[in-house]
Design a protein around this ligand. Structure first.
Ligand SMILES: NC(=O)c1ccc[n+]([C@@H]2O[C@H](COP(=O)([O-])OP(=O)(O)OC[C@H]3O[C@@H](n4cnc5c(N)ncnc54)[C@H](OP(=O)(O)O)[C@@H]3O)[C@@H](O)[C@H]2O)c1
Length: 285
């Protein structure tokens, strides 16, 4: 009855994670896509490789779609054993900048957070959650902001051991609002929406693990990872790794054994644990 779900897995890193889970996980693996046609085409691609993923529609931007997945997983499988929150967008060139901030934060932070809120209640004991962040989600990326006094205040808040989801929400709203008036630099944010969205997601991951640990007997473990710079539609052909290599740290975190010490960690593409607050970041390749 074990089951794994990978969001945004009709292509790119998500598709490679489904491939890897089909080979390494003894359970049912769900490839999900917001567009059913693209999802079923991806299932066919893996079937041609001799693999057997299942399919379910999932658009994290649509609460009803996430709730339908939750109800299906609960009814058919009694919950979820592995959840990979992989769906994401970059849209670095979308103009005006304020619109870019709103659109990118919507998927990478707000919709992802809501999907977690809907799906976490059906995580089974021993479940593994993997949040696909990025090297851009490292807290030290805020050192790129022009107003360093404000940036360091934002960093200090996000690094707190007792950080709350409400505090992260407030900072994400501050970025979005100031980006829409062109004052995000004064507020200590960099000129790069994707960075802020992934920092928000990584900060959220740390809080989520803390909350999940309030029920220690459940042994639910959540980690956030940087997959490397990967050749996908988002990463472009100039990137370092193919998608199977990009899936490596996600598969490692998804298949962590019972009672693992690797929890709430920021994992690099080669699976080493990196200090999200202070770094240093290892080599990109
Ligand atoms: N590639 C890199 O170098 C790199 C580096 C660091 C982190 N990442 C992160 O890794 C993850 C995967 O990236 P990728 O490079 O594989 O990108 P990608 O090839 O562009 O794939 C992104 C996937 O997310 C899906 N998606 C987007 N919005 C969605 C929504 N609202 N609901 C459901 N699915 C949605 C896309 O579906 P559609 O096909 O329908 O658009 C697609 O399947 C992202 O979170 C990204 O930020 C990537």
């Amino acid at each position: 009855m074990s089951v794994a779900v990978v969001t945004g897995s009709n292509k790119g890193i998500g598709l490679a994670v489904v491939r890897g889970l089909c080979k390494q996980f003894k359970g049912t693996v769900y490839l999900t896509a917001r567009n059913e046609e693209r999802g079923l085409a991806a299932v066919k691609e893996l079937e041609a490789e001799g693999l057997n993923p299942s399919f379910h529609q999932l658009d994290i931007g649509d609460a009803a779609s996430v709730e339908a997945l939750r109800d299906f997983m609960k009814e058919k499988h009694g919950g979820i054993d592995i959840l990979v929150n992989n769906a994401g967008i970059a849209f670095n060139h979308l103009k005006p900048f304020g619109e870019q901030a709103t659109v990118v934060l919507k998927t990478n932070y707000w919709d992802t957070k809501r999907a977690c809120e809907i799906l976490f209640p059906i995580l089974k004991a021993g479940a593994r959650v993997v949040n696909t962040s990025s090297s851009m989600g490292f807290l030290g990326q805020l050192d790129k902001a022009t107003n360093q006094e404000k940036a360091q205040q934002n960093k200090k808040t996000l690094a707190k051991d007792d950080l709350t989801v409400q505090e992260i929400d407030a900072l994400m709203k501050d970025f979005e609002t100031s980006a829409n008036t062109g004052t995000h630099g004064d507020h200590g944010w960099p000129n790069y929406t994707y960075i802020v969205s992934k920092i928000g997601f990584s900060a959220l991951s740390r809080v989520q693990q803390r909350q999940l640990a309030e029920e220690p007997s459940s042994d639910i473990v959540l980690n956030h990872i940087h997959p490397g710079w990967v050749k996908t539609d988002m990463g472009t052909t100039a990137a370092h790794f193919d998608t199977d290599r990009g899936a490596q740290s996600i598969l490692f975190a998804a298949l962590l054994p019972p009672k693992t010490d690797v929890r709430g960690a920021y994992l690099w593409h080669d699976c080493r644990v990196v200090d999200w607050v202070n770094g240093p970041l290892p080599a990109m390749v």
